[in-house]
Design a protein around this ligand. Structure first.
Ligand SMILES: Cc1cc2nc3c(=O)[nH]c(=O)nc-3n(C[C@H](O)[C@H](O)[C@H](O)COP(=O)(O)OP(=O)(O)OC[C@H]3O[C@@H](n4cnc5c(N)ncnc54)[C@H](O)[C@@H]3O)c2cc1C
Length: 407
């Protein structure tokens, strides 16, 4: 069969999940001709515990997609119970960007919703297309080469190629995009889905391990544990038993709760790759989502950040393609802005995902049950709506830690 076309698209996006489908949709809504390809045939699940942050939901609302998400029957989450050592408290962030609760939709649901919205916006979204090479004109990337689901060759051309193809990004490898601020991953996760539980969000940190869960679609509850990599091999020898043991050791009350429900899906097990940023632009190409900025899922920011920076990238690409400013300059600005605004939460994520919290944090966590205001602030900080510097400022904590002196 001949190659499908020699049409020049404005933009080709490689990857059609939360970063790719989103940036494709946003550019198509601005009137650009967008081709989006993914090697997967959808609907297809992704390995993810799929918690959305309020910042991510605010983006969905802005794009007119929040009501669609709610209509999928995904259970709202408005309370988080957290424990560490002898500290135990519950609460939730006050509204961030006007969003008062959150959701953890299954990826089949969320990615499908985004792909539908992209197609409605006019994106030519092709499944089963695997990108293996880039077309270049000198130094400038001008297209993609790959094969379709039947193994037939595909070559497509565009003014810009965006890699939204995940942390192991092929586009990043082909462009030689360098990693920086790399911090090794130290943990792995195992998770599955239970029915028959009535549970809001739980995050319990024990001795170099953590357990928890939250409700998702279809009345199911996602239940997970995280442990250090040195326990990876022994854990896999008996997943069911070791999963249950992690709950008994870390949160016996949750272990008992799990016994009242029933596990209804298989276990998913994943080692967390390293944390990193990648150079995310060059002549004719850009990266978005995990391809350009990847961190441990402990703070549940991957999807919401994919939305935030897909939004930013779409804006900068529009500036470049509409000749409001040079494309190279607009893309450089995208990367600089992304790095600047994400760096504090990147650091916080990498530190907290080690599951050993600093003494100051523990002192604060022990005191939180005394102060609904500070508890709300704590969860706002975890959701990325308040910086650690603001929360841990002496003035802010005085009333919590020295209630007598503060009066
Ligand atoms: C165990 C685990 C738990 C997580 N939990 C959470 C959580 O609770 N909350 C949260 O916000 N984030 C979580 N994350 C992170 C989140 O899943 C990612 O941040 C998010 O999926 C990134 O989206 P993306 O679109 O950039 O990449 P991906 O979701 O990885 O999508 C990339 C797409 O690119 C396609 N692709 C790859 N290579 C090619 C190619 N050569 N040609 C064509 N297509 C290609 C793939 O098929 C895929 O569909 C978790 C991650 C893991 C591993």
């Amino acid at each position: 069969m001949p190659e499908r076309s020699k049409t020049v698209h404005d933009v080709i996006v490689v990857g059609a999940r939360c970063a790719g489908a989103t940036v494709a949709m946003l550019l198509a809504r601005r009137g650009y001709r967008v081709l989006c390809v993914d090697q997967a045939l959808f609907p297809k699940d992704a390995v993810s515990t799929h918690m959305l942050r309020q910042s991510g939901l605010a983006r969905l609302r802005d794009w007119g997609l929040l009501d669609r998400l709610k209509a999928t029957g995904c259970t709202p989450i408005h309370s988080i119970t957290m424990s560490y050592a002898d500290a135990h408290f519950s609460g939730f962030s006050d509204p961030i960007d006007g969003i008062a609760q959150t959701y953890a939709p299954r990826r089949i649901v969320l990615d499908g919703l985004l792909q539908d919205a992209a197609r409605e916006a006019g994106v030519d979204l092709r499944e089963g297309v695997t990108v293996t090479e880039l077309v270049r004109d000198g130094e400038v990337v001008t297209g993609i080469v790959g094969r379709d689901r039947d193994g037939e060759p595909v070559t497509e051309y565009a003014r810009l190629v965006i890699g939204a193809d995940g942390y192991a990004s092929t586009v990043a490898q082909l462009t030689g995009a360098e990693k920086y601020d790399v911090i090794p991953g130290e943990t792995f996760t195992a998770y599955s889905y239970w029915s028959g539980l009535n549970m809001q969000s739980q995050l319990r940190i024990g001795d170099k391990q953590a357990v928890g869960g939250w409700p998702t679609n279809d009345g199911k509850t996602l239940i997970w544990c995280v442990q250090y990599l040195d326990r990876f091999a022994p854990f896999r020898t008996d997943v069911e038993r070791n999963f249950s043991l992690a709950f008994k050791e870390t949160a016996p009350d949750l272990a008992e709760l799990l016994d009242t429900g029933e596990r209804v899906e298989r276990f998913f097990i994943a080692r967390y790759p390293e944390n990193f940023y990648r150079t995310s632009h060059g002549p004719g190409w850009a990266l978005v989502g995990d391809a350009g900025y990847h961190k441990d899922p402990f703070t549940g920011l991957g999807i919401s950040d994919a939305f935030t920076y897909a939004d930013l990238l779409a804006e900068r690409v529009h500036e470049g393609l509409s000749a409001a400013r040079p494309l190279d300059e607009a893309l450089a600005d995208y990367q600089a802005q992304r790095d600047r605004s994400s760096k504090p939460m990147y650091r916080f994520t990498c530190e907290s995902s080690r599951l050993v919290l600093p003494d100051k944090h523990v002192e604060v966590m022990r005191a939180l049950p005394r102060s609904p205001k500070h508890t709300q602030q704590w969860f706002r900080m975890m959701a990325g709506g308040l910086s650690g510097r603001e929360f841990f400022a002496e003035d802010n904590l005085a009333a919590l830690l020295n209630p007598q002196g503060a009066r």
